[in-house]
Design a protein around this ligand. Structure first.
Ligand code: KDG
Ligand code: MG
Length: 409
């Protein structure tokens, strides 16, 4: 079998997605996700201008060789743009291999280790009452694990808090990349945040009891000492994990955080390679790997990092926001099915419009996600539908402190 075409499709059904479609001389096609929220066209051009022509005539079955070729031959390694482009090729080739074998990708990765993936949903509130409603709505949708984000008195906009009150039973609408010409500016005050968050978790535990699995995302905003303080003050509320407590670049920060708290730590949604995790896993400074297949070079490296992590009892907690397309999401659900050290999968369902472009086999029943048993990844791109939604410029928000200083968002 040989690759005969590689096309890049950019579509914006609710939000922007970049998809690579690879076609072979045997008529089989495969798709891969290359979406980089807020910088989508950089990856689209990387693929169109520098990668597509390299694929023509190559054997689509040689996935590992293709990965190594794209990674090493570019000379300029790593980085989110490069790794999202390589991820798209890797996923598309796994999709083709699955279709050629007549098997879902998780079977090719070693087969199912479980009936389906436990997931967590997202609750937020501008006050405790709104937060409780939001948690109840998530429970009604079948989630037993819930990430809790909260407004903080004195801060106007906050990561993870829905801008409007959710109507009873309405899904949490999470759209951090606004489709505007400039990024939205938000405000931040770490001291106010550190004072308020433990009081909210205390209220949640009091209302919902000890059973519920609770998580929180610190979104890279704290110094090592502040993160250690937060981890410590949240210990009585038994979090499943505290995510991104410090900026991901400062890996040594986690050594300090670890010395001070037993709250489990998850990190890595902005990591792009297995090397970003190497020391953190070996030194057992984290408990959960937050990589997303799309920003991490695809299915092949995600499986490798998890096999390495297994030796240190570190588990998966793959990043699954709506800016990972249904293709990228399916890719990591297949990995989650096949690894022994699965932890918990983030699941933020895509909009109906998104699902009309990306036809999925994914199911969420009895609290468990399953990628389906269709050959390949189990996602088909409807190109006619995709063409109805042209790209729209979008930016993630960013933060400024009281005095105007830019802060991590
Ligand atoms: O593109 C950025 C989002 O994916 C990110 O803000 C979501 O932190 C996030 C999460 O944990 O889902
Ligand atoms: Mg996060």
């Amino acid at each position: 079998m040989k690759i005969t075409a590689a096309e890049v499709i950019v579509t914006s059904p609710t939000r922007n997605f970049v998809t690579l479609k690879i076609t072979t001389d045997e008529g089989l096609t495969g798709i891969g996700d290359a979406t980089l929220n807020g910088r989508e066209l950089a990856v689209a051009h990387y693929l169109k201008d520098h990668v597509a022509q390299l694929l023509i005539g190559k054997d689509p079955h040689a996935i590992e060789d293709m990965w190594q070729f794209l990674y090493r031959s570019s000379y300029w390694r790593r980085g989110p743009v490069t790794m999202a482009a390589i991820a798209a090729v890797d996923m598309a080739l796994w999709d083709i291999k699955g279709k050629a074998a007549g098997m879902p990708v998780y079977q090719l990765l070693g087969g199912a280790c479980r009936r389906g993936l436990s997931t967590y949903g997202h609750a937020s509130g501008r006050d405790v009452e709104e937060l409780f409603d939001s948690i109840r709505a998530e429970q009604e949708h079948g989630y037993t694990a819930i990430r809790v984000q909260t407004s903080v008195p004195g801060i106007k906009a906050l990561y993870g808090v829905a801008a409007q009150k959710q109507a009873s039973g309405e899904r949490y609408d999470y759209e951090p990349a606004q489709r505007t010409a400039q990024p939205a500016e938000e405000d931040w005050d770490t001291r106010a945040y550190l004072r308020h968050v433990p009081t909210v978790f205390e209220a949640v535990r009091h209302e919902f009891g000890p059973e519920m699995i609770l998580l929180h995302d610190g979104h890279h905003r704290m110094t090592p000492l502040q993160a250690a303080q937060l981890g410590k003050s949240l210990e009585p509320y038994d979090l499943f994990w505290l995510e991104d407590c410090t900026p991901a670049e400062n890996q040594e920060a986690l050594r300090l955080v670890r010395q001070h708290t037993t709250t489990p730590l998850a990190i890595g949604e902005v990591f792009n390679t297995i090397w970003d995790f190497k020391d953190l896993i070996r030194e057992q400074l984290i408990d959960y790997v937050r990589a997303a297949s799309t920003h991490f070079g695809g299915i092949s490296p995600l499986k490798k990092v998890m096999d390495y992590a297994a030796m240190y009892q570190v588990k998966s907690g793959f990043h699954g926001p709506t800016d990972v397309s249904p293709v990228g999401f399916a890719a990591q659900v297949h990995v989650g099915m096949a690894i022994h050290n699965f932890g918990l999968q983030e699941f933020m369902p895509h909009s109906e419009k998104t699902n009309s472009v990306f036809r999925q086999q994914l199911t969420f029943e009895g609290g468990l996600l399953h990628p389906g048993d269709a050959p390949g990844l189990g996602v088909e791109l409807d190109e006619k539908e995709a063409a109805k939604y042209p790209y729209q410029q979008a930016y993630l928000p960013y933060n400024r402190l009281n005095d105007g200083t830019v802060h991590d968002w």
